[in-house]
Design a protein around this ligand. Structure first.
Ligand code: ADP
Length: 491
């Protein structure tokens, strides 16, 4: 897939960006060219009309009639005036009202005299008529025709001017512009290609860096470019994703190490017992005794596997919580009863301050597990003669559950780890106690899955206090949302 992408050059972002840019630019330039050309043509046209209008006025000033014969009246000695009149007479034709030619220029004769019918229709028209006529050499002429009146006599005058200069200007513009256009487009394409390269370059760097990252090089991070742009934002997001991936990998690795370690110890014990029995036992009683011990250890193993299975279900979101409006006070009272015997046996005083009717939106089984884990730990890690206290209080904003004991306590340095899986504090005081190191992992997960929080305060030799708070049920929401899938179990 990657090689196909790399091989097909035309599918590259750089190519597509350049082509899009080029197409748009070409279209824009062509449209601008046509717009300019049409503007220029209109301007030249207006200019020609204005000049012809001026020439018409000048012609009327110089043209007089004597006995119905046209006479151009000007100072023949003045070269300027002579030049003006000569210019006025370049393209012209004068007839009487019947269309009989009185005077004309050679150029007009070459264009062809106006037909008497045309002359008559123009004379009948009160306004002047403008026409464009093409000469034998292909030159265009703008011609104005109208009537002029002298002493009650009507004459027909047609005056024109060549449009060759205007046409030449327009042609030159068109040729120059459209010859330059391909060059301009080519230059733009080149510029677009370079520009796209500059934009895409860092993206390629990021992609190459991402390709170098493997399961064993999860420490690698793509350096930020410092531009503070979208790409830097992308790199930043990518790097944070790598941090999370690394933590996840680390968690999985740690979990498998812990699991294999925890399973190996009881397995080795079982194997040892069975080997010893095989070598030393001789009577059925001795065999029975060895098998009972092995069975006890197998039971321990099953407990670990069961707890792990439950944990992995929680982690993958398969453990669906059945949340209801749960009276935490009643639940706590039920659980307390179950611990009375164990406490009595250890001469531990059980105290409780349970405010009635503290209701939370929770899963009953998980709340039982949470209370069980916290209370059994408190009893387990409190020496004989100590006391354990359970408190439940309904506060204005939340419901608080506190389990405190006068037990062995936990060192401050150990506190950040006690929620980790299989983590057990190894001190002379705790070493005699049985446990998997999974209880508090469950507690932590249950609290999080119920949107609560947990705080611990502990002093070695004096005791420990676990304070859990859960959000209060909003009285407005009569029917809370259905059971939800818990979040993944944290490390
Ligand atoms: P375990 O099965 O070892 O009790 P937990 O996850 O429940 O595992 O607890 C983790 C560790 O935290 C325990 O091994 C113990 O060292 C410490 N701990 C938990 N609760 C208490 C407590 N109430 N007093 C002192 N230490 C405690």
């Amino acid at each position: 897939m990657r090689s196909t992408l790399r091989g097909d050059f035309t599918r590259g972002l750089r190519f597509r960006l350049t082509v899009t840019y080029l197409l748009m630019f070409s279209l824009m330039l062509t449209a601008i060219g046509f717009l300019f050309r049409s503007n220029l043509s209109t301007t030249l046209d207006t200019q020609a009309h204005e000049l012809l209008e001026e020439e018409w006025s000048a012609a009327l000033a110089y043209l007089t009639f004597e006995n119905q014969r046209p006479v151009w009246f000007y100072d023949h000695v003045d070269p300027d005036e002579a030049a003006i009149v000569t210019r006025l007479q370049r393209v012209y034709m004068l007839t009487d009202e019947n269309g009989n030619v009185l005077q004309n220029s050679v150029t007009y004769a070459n264009l062809g005299f106006d037909a008497p019918a045309l002359i008559k229709s123009i004379l009948a028209n009160p306004t002047a008529v403008y026409r464009t006529v093409i000469g034998p050499q292909g030159t265009r002429y703008l011609i104005k025709s109208s009537h002029i009146v002298d002493k009650k006599h009507i004459y027909y005058l047609a005056l024109g001017r060549p449009l060759d200069l205007s046409d030449q200007t327009l042609r030159r513009f068109t040729v120059n512009y459209f010859i330059a256009l391909p060059g301009l487009i080519l230059l733009t394409g080149l510029l677009g290609w370079l520009l796209a390269g500059r934009v895409i370059g860092p993206v390629n760097d990021v992609s190459q860096a991402a390709q170098r990252i493997t399961g064993s090089s999860l420490d690698m991070r793509i350096p930020l470019r410092g531009a503070g742009d979208e790409l830097d934002h992308l790199i930043d997001t990518f790097n944070s994703m790598m941090d999370r991936l690394k933590a996840s990998f680390e968690q999985v690795r740690q979990f498998s190490t812990d699991v294999s370690h925890e399973l190996r110890t009881p397995l080795t014990a079982i194997r040892g017992q069975l080997e010893v029995a095989l070598m030393t036992a001789s009577t059925p009683e001795q065999y029975r005794e060895a098998m009972e011990k092995a069975l006890e250890d197998v039971e321990g193993l099953s407990n670990i596997v069961r707890a792990l299975l439950l944990l992995s279900q929680a982690e993958s979101g398969q453990l669906v919580l059945q949340k209801t409006n749960l009276d935490l006070s009643a639940t706590a009272n039920d659980i307390l009863e179950q611990f009375e015997f164990a406490a009595e046996e250890k001469h531990i005083r059980m105290q409780s301050h349970i405010e009635p009717k503290c209701v939370i939106f929770a899963d009953r089984t998980q709340m039982d597990r949470l209370l069980n884990n916290l209370l059994s730990n408190a009893i387990k890690y409190t020496p004989e003669g100590g006391s354990v206290q359970l408190e439940i209080a309904c506060h204005e904003d939340d419901i608080r559950l506190t389990v405190s004991d006068t037990g062995v306590g936990i060192q401050a340095s150990q506190l950040p780890h006690i929620f980790d899986r299989f983590y057990r504090v190894r001190t002379p005081e705790t070493n005699g106690q049985q446990g998997l190191g999974l209880g508090l992992s469950f507690v932590d997960w249950i609290v999080k899955a119920h949107d609560g929080r947990i705080d611990i305060s502990s002093e070695p030799g004096k005791g420990t206090r676990f304070a859990v708070s859960f959000p209060k049920i909003d009285p407005a929401s009569e029917s809370p949302s259905p059971a939800n899938v818990p979040d993944a179990l944290p490390a």
